[in-house]
Ligand binder design. Sequence first.
Ligand code: 3H9
Length: 691
Amino acid sequence: MSDPIAYERDGDVAVLTINNPPVNALSQAVRQGLMTRMDQAEGDAGVKAVVIVGEGRAFIAGADITEFGKPPMEPSLPDVIDRIEASPLIVVAAMHGVSLGGGLEVALGCHYRIAVPSARIGLPEVHLGLIPGAGGTQRLPRVAGVQAAIDMATTGRHVKADEAHKMGAIDVVQDGDPTELGIAYAQKLLDDGAARRPVSEMPAPEGIDWDATYDAVLARGRGQIAPAKAVRAVQASVEKPFAEGLLAERDIFIELMNTDQRKGMIHAFFSEHAVSNLPELKGVDPRAVDHIGVIGGGTMGAGIATAALLSGLQVTMLEMSSEAGEAARGRIGGNLAGALKRGKISQAQHDAIMDKALQVSTDYAALSDVDLVIEAVFEDMAVKKQVFTKLDDVCKQGAILASNTSYLDVNEIAACTKRPEDVIGLHFFSPAHVMKLLEVVVPDKTAIDVVATGFALGKRLNKISVRAGVCDGFIGNRILSTYRQAADQMVMQGASPYDIDAALEAFGFAMGPFAVADLAGLDIGWAVRKRKRAEGTMPDGATYADKMCEAGNFGQKTGKGYYDYAAGAKARVPNPDVMPLIEEDRAGTPQRTFTADDIVRYYMAAMVNESAKVVGEGIARRPLDVDMTLLFGYGFPRYRGGPLKWADIVGLDDLLGDIKSYAETNPEFWAPAPLLEQLVAEGKTFDSLNS
Ligand code: 3H9
């Protein structure tokens, strides 16, 4: 490998350029190179200052995450940073792109910092289940104050150069070439007779109410521990001498490095990158998409149109009548007004989108020129087929016809067209301009460049795209349907919906299943049950859930569901009418008690078992595809990595044992997934199937 740190001389200034593509992560070779090049600069007669700069798109994106979990390799990053800071020469960081984690820590180890206006800094270690481990929590408070340090270390947010300058983390913000800026700044410091300025020698900042801050951050983390631990590390910067504070930070860093949360978060980091990188799409050019059609302007269609418009696409929205068209335009306008308010778009962009990029029509002929069309009409096969037959007639050759169905057979939809190779499922999640997940559902005859186009569109819309095969509910809704049934089984066996919600929220889910049901509307499930009874695929007789709906309690939108919302959505007061109805239905079912742990095991066992079936049947390509689907579409806690990462961590053997014991009373529902049995027999993990 070529030398990761280039050394050049410019008068009195030595320039150390880090060259470790793509983002200059601090691998062992980079750390060693920085040590060696600092020695070289100090031994180079006449050198009075050093500039550290990054080649390519970033200063430094942080420690090399691929080294985590492996035996440590010398020199350590804290040693490298101490070495830089202790130099008798003046050391300047010249920053562009991102300076994240260890990258910011290297910059804080330098005596002065200059950055271009587009530069961003951050301490994102919490997103990896960690805290900064090379002095970030000790040096940042000394230059930017405790509040700024806590904000950055607990949220991991990226801070733009301007704001970083105001808070004191960057000395100068100036436009230009980072190397030239760094050299000029170093020369100016030398000309001005500036002294070395080690941050470690700066006075400690004022303290705050640490316990209150710790508690608030812990509560915000929904079970994630790293952000709260970061508060304690910053506290050490105030209460201990620098060297001791550094040790305190290091201890917490090492403690967190050994946690399951760190494993889950790093799995999520790499899986988020891997999920859309399908080997079969390498080298396949997607079709050009500039103009899309959206059929149906309800919440879903308007959300899809909004996402497309926000990413610069032209959109033609098709509705059944001019009134419905105007209502759709109103919904999209409302979404865009929200984006304007949050600063995502300017007023001029907003106006251009509404006046030019968006067209609303009631005539299918308006779709004759679109590159791709997504239907978001009523979930009914006959209706979908009508729509696709018309699209097949009017859309130009090569246009892609996509369905946003959430469970219907896309092969059957494709078969009603003369171009099944151009048909695909693009399953968005509501609200589609907010939710990150996109299931790219691939029927049997779809052309590979159409699949590539689905993924390219997902990337353009800033989505996490997951490939799914065709089955009822694809990846996400199929697994959801199973673990929801497990929740209902627990209610019948003796757990209350409130115990279940509380246990799963303590596990880390944003909301428990019954709170989610209230939010989505209980009438949705009621309509499905009524349809199934009419079809004869479900037994007659109203359940407690039907009786709740018969009483007009549809959840949040009617003020009552499982919870009573009179005191607001956050109050979460159980609706007293619910438990008596449940008790009636429980008659005849053997009752047992469920601890919070029992609830989590039962629910997760159902989720993992169905996930394993989904992978085993090839509906999801890899376990990580399931993990990312649950993380980005279903509120699964990121710090647990996803259901199959969680399963690997708790142990597949135990989990299979649980499933088999549940199967004793309900063998059909709890039939163990063949893939799970195979992995247990071979002593393997789900993760072994990810590479
Ligand atoms: C840390 O610093 C701990 C210290 O406090 C203490 C240590 C003792 N390492 O996202 P992209 C890869 S913790 C290794 O597609 P973008 C990434 O996997 C670290 N690899 O580009 C991808 O690979 P591939 C704190 C890394 O422009 C490729 O680079 N730092 C690292 O959309 C391109 O990435 C972080 O947590 C890394 N640190 O976004 C930063 N970073 O092409 C995490 C990236 O094979 N990284 N890669 O899929 C990011 O936030 C984004 O990647 C970044 C670029 C903003 C840098």
